[in-house]
Design a binder for this molecule. Structure first.
Ligand code: PHB
Length: 391
């Protein structure tokens, strides 16, 4: 008798527990955020987390009556296998509604088949190789693509009388995309590529390559290296080997002068010209509000960069989808909302191209200058409504 009672109450607790769990599950919209939070690319995850916190600080953590919950997962990357395992866990165990983040291309590519099979909207907040969005119909990208940013740099260089260039890129997806788009536009505009150098993604040793650039005597060197420490290392070598004195200019994608590391780059970076979609110096009310909420939500976060902005915009997309679907996330309906989705980002107006699910945005030409004693990428020209040119 006693035994049966215990059994009954255990069942009751079990059932109650389950009901409570189901209710809780229904009251939450879960976002699985996959990015490196440790290792050489740890800043990527931290910038994204900072951007997400800034967004949630401004807009609260409830949409359509449901709480938005972010589950952060560290890939330690670049580590595609870990990213894949984390995505599987998020889908199967945590039952997330969205996959998001993705600092590095190999990690985004590794997760794309999971988004496709599990039918999970996957919001790319950085990874910038053109091909990524073609790997699942559930992917939408709010960040950038390297061809989108690099082609305008070539156009600007040709227009400004630069005729002979050496390219140097990180030897993986985004670097090869940057090299190809720059070359195509530069040669198409009458320029000459003297040499194309590719350096390893992990711990590149720039010194010998910088000597090769110097020996080739170009008018400029075009650079793509992944944002962060590598930009600092390249500029240090550029300064030490006297390339500026040899009359060799630096033109680059804005990854080189990433806002987060720019204040630490020193005066050697003054005058560097880059093309990019975001500068912390962008003059708009949306950017002012973003910088303010980023600082408030991340007291030791330093200066936000383009990854923080993409994460902030990615959250705006997730909130809008959740609102439009009244809190019930269905992947196909979510993609219908994302196709053609628009917002006024801290970087300027952006749109998700309904055909390609890739971002359409303004690409700015900027020059590193001192503003109030600090180094900034100051925008002075722009290309409006730029699509990924490969699509
Ligand atoms: C990428 O892996 O796609 C990537 C990483 C860092 C960047 C840009 C692209 O700055």
């Amino acid at each position: 008798m006693q035994f049966i009672k215990i059994l009954r109450s255990a069942t009751a607790i079990g059932m109650f527990g389950l009901t409570a769990f189901a209710a809780q599950a229904q009251e939450t919209i879960k976002v699985g955020l996959i990015a490196p939070f440790s290792g050489p690319f740890a800043d990527y995850g931290k910038q994204m987390e900072g951007g997400i916190k800034a967004y949630m600080q401004q807009h609260g953590d409830k949409v359509a009556g449901k709480k938005i919950e972010i589950i952060y997962k560290d890939t330690t990357g670049p580590a595609p296998e870990i990213a894949k395992r984390l995505a599987q866990e998020l889908v199967v165990r945590d039952k997330v509604d969205f996959l998001a983040g993705f600092g590095l291309t190999p990690e985004a590519l590794a997760v794309a088949p999971i988004a496709e099979q599990a039918k999970k909207p996957m919001i790319i907040m950085n990874a910038a190789t053109s091909i990524i969005t073609t790997k699942s119909q559930y992917i939408a990208r709010v960040s950038m693509t390297l061809p989108q940013i690099s082609a305008p740099m070539a156009t600007w260089a040709v227009k400004n009388g630069i005729k002979r260039v050496v390219t140097l890129v990180a030897d993986y997806g985004p670097g090869i995309d940057a090299e190809t788009a720059f070359k195509t536009n530069f040669i198409g505009g009458g320029g000459q590529i003297m040499e194309s150098i590719r350096v390893p993604l992990r711990n590149p040793e720039f010194a010998p390559f910088i000597q090769r650039i110097k020996d080739a005597k170009p008018e400029a060197v075009f650079i793509f290296v992944p944002a962060g420490e590598q930009g600092i290392a390249f500029m240090k070598g550029y300064r030490e080997r006297g390339l500026a004195e040899a009359g060799i200019k630096v033109i680059a994608t804005g990854d080189l002068t990433d806002d987060h590391v720019l204040p630490a780059m020193g005066d050697a970076v003054l005058g560097v010209i880059t093309t990019f979609h975001y500068s912390a110096a962008h003059d708009s009310p949306e950017n002012k509000a973003f910088l303010k909420s980023f600082a408030a939500a991340n007291p030791n976060g330093g200066r936000p960069n383009f990854m923080a902005v993409a994460a902030y915009d990615g959250m705006a997309a997730i909130y809008d989808v959740s609102r439009k679907l009244n809190g019930k996330i269905d992947a196909d309906k979510a993609m219908a909302v994302l196709k053609g989705w628009k917002t006024v980002s801290p970087r300027g107006p952006i749109m998700i191209d309904p055909q390609t699910r890739d971002v359409v945005q303004t690409v700015y030409v900027r020059k590193v200058e001192k503003v109030g004693g600090e180094l900034y990428n100051v925008e002075f020209d722009k290309f409006a409504n730029v699509k990924d040119p490969g699509k």
